[in-house]
Design a protein around this ligand. Structure first.
Ligand SMILES: [Zn+2]
Length: 358
C-alpha cells in the first residue's frame, strides 16, 4: 500500500473498538435437571391379564381401582389387557395376593385366566421425549410442562439473557486469572437490571469455610448492611443512589472491571433493603425480590467458577438463591458431579442449576 492521498480514501476506517464484549461461543449453557427429567426411562415388570368380555372388564377395573390402586401414570387397560400389580409386590402367588387384597371371586377368576408379565414405565413422563419412549411400552398419561421442556431444549433464555450469562462466565475466568491467582471466584447478580451485587473469591487454604460461595453469601449480606466475616479486603463503600449500594463489591475486583473497556456497559450495585415499606403488589407476576426488596439472596443469580461442595450448595439453599450457574465441575461438587442437591424434594427451597459447557 502506498502513502499517496488518493489511496488513503479507499482504506476503510479502522473498526471501532467493540463497546461490548462479543458473546463467547466457545461454551454454551445447559440446565442440570434431576433424574426424573433424564431421557432414559425406567421400566418395571407388571402382571397383566387379558379379560375376555366387556362386562367382566368393567367389574375388574372398578375393583382394581379400589383395592389395588396402582399405576396412576398409566392407562390401566390396553386392548382388553389390564394391569394388575408389579411382580415385585407379590410374595407368594398372584392368586394369594389378590385374595389378600379382598378381590371378589368372580374378578379373581377373570384376572387369573390369561395372566402374563409386561414391562411398563415405572413413573410418569415429565418431558415429551420421555413420553414418546414410554408409549412404546404401554399407553401413558402425560401433562406437558412447557417450562420443563424449555429448560431441556435450552429455549428458556432469550438471546440477550444467554449472552449475559456467558459474559458472566467469561468474567469468572478473567477475575480468577487476573485478580485471584487462579483461585475460584463467584459473582452474584440481581437479574432484574441485570446488575452485579457482589463478587467474592475463595482462598487457597482449602478450608470449606473459606470457599468462595460462603464468602459470596457474606458479601451479599454486606450489601444489605450485614455481613459477619472479618476480611482484609477493601470494599467499595459508595452508595450511588439512595436506594442502591456497591458495598458488596471488593475494591480489587471492582477496580479491575472498571478498567476493562469490555466491561464499560456492565451495571453494578444492589438495591438497599426496603425497611418498613409496603410490598409492591400490583404486579401479579412479580417475584419476592421485586415485591419486598432484597432479603438474603432471594431472586439473585449466582455464578461460580467451580461447582460448589455440599456445604456451599446448602448455604446457597439457605440463602434462597434463584439460580446457580457454574463453569467447572468439582470432584466434591454437589449439583452435578457427586450429588444433585437441587433435586432433593424435602428441601424447603429449590434453585435452578445451569452448567456452562465447553
Ligand atoms: Zn464449598
Amino acid at each position: 500500500m502506498d502513502n499517496n492521498g488518493s489511496t488513503d480514501i479507499l482504506i476503510p476506517p479502522a473498526a471501532k473498538k467493540a463497546k461490548t464484549q462479543p458473546p463467547d461461543d466457545s461454551f454454551d449453557i445447559k440446565a442440570v435437571l434431576s433424574d426424573e427429567y433424564k431421557k432414559d426411562i425406567t421400566l418395571i415388570q407388571v402382571h397383566s391379564s387379558q379379560v375376555e368380555s366387556k362386562q367382566q372388564l368393567q367389574a375388574v377395573i372398578q375393583e382394581l381401582a379400589q383395592k389395588l390402586p396402582h399405576f396412576q401414570h398409566l392407562k390401566r387397560v390396553h386392548d382388553r389387557s389390564v394391569l394388575i400389580c408389579p411382580t415385585a409386590d407379590i410374595k407368594d402367588t398372584l392368586e394369594q395376593h389378590l385374595k389378600l387384597h379382598k378381590i371378589s371371586d368372580n374378578v379373581l377368576e377373570a384376572l387369573c385366566r390369561n395372566v402374563h408379565v409386561v414391562q411398563v414405565p415405572a413413573s410418569c413422563a415429565r418431558l415429551r421425549v420421555q413420553y414418546e419412549q414410554m408409549i412404546k411400552y404401554w399407553p401413558c398419561k402425560f401433562h406437558p410442562d412447557k417450562y420443563a421442556e424449555s429448560l431441556q431444549n435450552g429455549s428458556n433464555f432469550t438471546a440477550s439473557q444467554r449472552a449475559y450469562h456467558k459474559r458472566m462466565a467469561q468474567l469468572l475466568r478473567s477475575l480468577s486469572q487476573d485478580v485471584n491467582e487462579g483461585q475460584p471466584v463467584g459473582i452474584c447478580v440481581d437479574p432484574r437490571n441485570p446488575s452485579i451485587v457482589a463478587i467474592a473469591a475463595g482462598g487457597s487454604s482449602g478450608s470449606s469455610h473459606q470457599h468462595c460461595a460462603m464468602w459470596l453469601v457474606d458479601h451479599v449480606a454486606r450489601s444489605q448492611r450485614g455481613g459477619a466475616w472479618q476480611t482484609q479486603l477493601q470494599f467499595v463503600e459508595d452508595e450511588p443512589s439512595p436506594t442502591s449500594t456497591l458495598r458488596g463489591l471488593p475494591r480489587p475486583y471492582y477496580d479491575y472491571l472498571q478498567q476493562q473497556e469490555a466491561c464499560r456497559d456492565l451495571q453494578f450495585g444492589a438495591e438497599l433493603p426496603r425497611r418498613g415499606e409496603q410490598p409492591v403488589a400490583d404486579d401479579q407476576q412479580a417475584d419476592n425480590l421485586s415485591k419486598y426488596g432484597p432479603y438474603l439472596c432471594t431472586g439473585y443469580d449466582v455464578y461460580l467458577l467451580r461447582e460448589p461442595c455440599l456445604m456451599c450448595a446448602m448455604a446457597l439453599v439457605h440463602s434462597r438463591v434463584k439460580r446457580i450457574f457454574f463453569l467447572e465441575q468439582s470432584d466434591d461438587g454437589a449439583l452435578a458431579t457427586s450429588f444433585q442437591l437441587h433435586s432433593v424434594k424435602e428441601l424447603n427451597h429449590h434453585y435452578e442449576v445451569f452448567q456452562f459447557t465447553t
